[in-house]
Design a protein around this ligand. Sequence first.
Ligand code: HEC
Ligand code: HEC
Length: 490
Amino acid sequence: MKRGRGLVGLLALVLGVGTLGFGANDPVPWPLGAPPSQSDLQEWIAAEQQIADRERFEEYLEAAEVGEDTEHMTVRQDDIDAGVFTLERMFRFGDAAFAHEFRRLDGFGRTELPRLQRVHDGHQGGLDTFSCAGCHQQGGVNGAGAKTANTFYFADGLHASKAVVRNPPNVLGLGLIQKLGVEMSAQFLEQRTVALAEAAATGQSVLLKLEAKGVFFGSIVAHADGTIDTTQLEGVDADLTVKPFGWKGHTALLRRFAERAALVHFGVQSHVLALGYQQKIDPTLGPGPNWWDPDNDGVQQELSEGTLTAFALYMEQLEVPISLPPSDDGLRERAAYGAQLFTQIGCAGCHHESLQLTGSSWYERSDTTDGAPMEVRLLSDGESPRGGLDVRLFSDLKRHHMGERLADPHDDPDGIGREVFLTRPLWGLAESAPYLHDGRANTISEAVDAHGGEAQAARDLFFSLSEQDRTNLQLHLLSLSRMPRLRVPQ
Ligand code: HEC
Ligand code: HEC
């Protein structure tokens, strides 16, 4: 299956959403005012039909001239640096890359003949499947993953019970989340510099409480000799970098996530990783012997740095999840009451309803060149809906101890504890079942039931609510959804 999404924004246009002026911030009345007129609907279907036709044509083209498809997603970082491409063009490269089915000529697999194997062997990946879209498609394009798309990381290549099991989340709204993380980290680093300077000037140790965007991350002690005691930190690494991606919160930047994903799911190595290999032989990349082909499969520069940049710029421009409360008056009132309960019983202690961005521009920088970065205005560039500075993600972007029932079978190589997970953003929840890091929960209630550790008190309060109130709270969470979209099948 090859399915990109074309440039959207269309639905918003057709339904007059733009004129209603909603962002991810405002609950959207549904149905959205008057239903679309016949002519609007025709226009919309025609546009979607065009995307489907183009995709079918591209498939024929690829069959007729092998390598066409790879060409559509391959970008040179030098060309990006030279300002050859618009953001919209980068979105299309990223879209092609996300739907691209990687194969031998792209460097799919390692040394020997590629074979699909669901249970990963140490750092070596599956190989799992052929495209990003192959796993991220539940609830719509760029969506979450079904339980059958679970990934079995860091095992022995054989036994699923030894694996760290993960269910794919959706990849929507991530540009805003990435920016929130970077702003929080920058704030911590600034506070740390001030504390170190004060300690050096006074000769006294300085206790610094770390807080960013209303979230507390424990404290550090800056000593006069320039060392730092990080033992009282909470929910963030000692480098004070907030890493909002992955269920455990192990990665800060989207380009790094795309790079890892291509490596572990497809055995496709980025040019940036290969350059790193040149400096230091990295066994997780393969036996070498040549730095330009670490996995020794005969394909060099498997993923150009420009394509990594395209992946990042693509995800930064994807639609942002929205709130779609029930259209029925009675149910809508119950959902609104559920939102109050969510706060009252302590869910919002971790699932912060929103975090406030300071800036709205993102600069996507190359790892290897010093070309000018491309700017994404996160609130206006890309697909609608875009969201606002008040990012309603329902997370604090902090890691928490979640108790033994949620614990992984073993620590993962990032050194984050077995039972420690990042508060999962809940936006888009209505379309992202199954729930929890391994997709074990099919309903919201089952997901809450598995909460333990720091979340035990909130979990217990949830189950002490009347059945009616529990359903009210679930109505609230089910209104966290994504823009409905028409699709013309190929
Ligand atoms: C085999 C299934 C599979 C494939 C293929 C796949 N992913 Fe994922 N994706 C996952 C899983 C599982 C996770 C959660 C991983 C974790 O928690 O560390 C994930 C997480 C992500 C995230 C982080 C989202 C968040 O909110 O934390 C991003 C970004 C992402 N994938 C992008 C990609 C890209 C880009 C590709 C293609 C290069 C890709 N994925 C291919 C399964 C897949
Ligand atoms: C101590 C912090 C904390 C509290 C309090 C908390 N959660 Fe969570 N929540 C998390 C973490 C961490 C995860 C991810 C856990 C995992 O997958 O292993 C999560 C996951 C979820 C999920 C699944 C999301 C998905 O995409 O799979 C739902 C639903 C949820 N929480 C709802 C609630 C509700 C309702 C409450 C209040 C009764 C609550 N949470 C209280 C931290 C918390």
